[in-house]
Design a protein around this ligand. Structure first.
Ligand code: 13P
Length: 251
């Protein structure tokens, strides 16, 4: 059994003007110089920077992604962006079902599943996010909640090779808090089991990222947990030195 190639992905969220592309160039150069070791690296800037970011990363081993897409290919959906448009702009990845989208835009598991399907159809790799709230964790419901999200957001017909799952406990996002290594191990083992049920042997190779307050100082511990195949990094992905400090775990 071979472990999947790790992925360290940065989610810039609603941050980044054109000037921030200098930071992206710094990340590109550092990855090119071997700074991410055996891991694959990707940055997901806001929509406005996707095409420019793809230009910056052209020919370099740094992939570009987006943070959301619409479930339809085109049509009367003012303000939305389709997966096909993202692929056309040079994206290789798209995050779907981030907890901030689920909270701010009322995205349900069914919506997330439709978005993931659209992303896969457009040739993108979909990073499907799941994660429990603090109340759910405290009440012992974390596994059940994440299990439900996976059941609702994934489809057994999806091509497993183009799916990435990101476990992001909501209470760990932007708070500096992280689950214990034992809790991460339990959750990721549970997600792996689900993926194997859905995709059989191919489920073994689906990358399961951990996200939520990942920084250079805790990356080695979190990335060292079994079934953790990389990280989805928010705040720390805005600075090349921090992002590379995390990716350096795989050198
Ligand atoms: P932080 O790394 O800022 O906690 O954000 C995590 C996240 O939401 C990535 O998608």
């Amino acid at each position: 059994m071979t472990a999947p190639r790790p992925l360290v992905a940065g989610n810039w969220k609603m941050n980044g003007l054109k000037g921030q592309l200098a930071e992206l160039s710094a990340i590109r150069d550092a990855v090119q110089a071997g700074g991410a070791g055996r891991a694959e690296a990707a940055i997901c800037p806001p929509f406005t920077l996707v095409a420019a970011a793809a230009e910056v990363c052209k020919g370099a081993p740094l992939a570009v992604g987006a943070q959301d897409c619409h479930a339809n290919v085109s049509g009367a959906h003012t303000g939305d962006v389709s997966a096909q448009m993202l692929a056309d702009a040079g994206a290789a990845y798209v995050i779907v079902g981030h907890s901030e989208r689920r909270a701010d835009h009322g995205e349900t598991d069914a919506v997330v599943r439709a978005k993931a399907a659209a992303a896969l159809k457009a040739g993108l790799t979909a990073i499907v996010c799941v994660g429990e709230t603090q109340v759910e964790r405290a009440s012992g419901a974390a596994l059940a909640v994440v299990g439900g999200q996976l059941d609702g957001s994934l489809d057994g017909d999806f091509p497993a090779t183009n799916i990435v799952v990101a476990y992001e406990p909501i209470w760990a996002i932007g708070t500096g808090l992280t689950p214990t290594a034992a809790d991460v191990a339990d959750m990721h083992a549970f997600i792996r089991e689900k993926l194997e049920t859905l995709y059989g042997r191919k489920g073994v190779d689906v990358r399961i990222l951990y996200g939520g307050s990942v920084k250079p100082s805790n990356a080695a511990e979190l990335m060292g947990v079994k079934n953790v195949d990389g990280a989805l990094v928010g705040g720390a992905s805005l600075k090349a030195s921090d992002f590379m400090g995390i990716a350096a775990v795989y050198r």
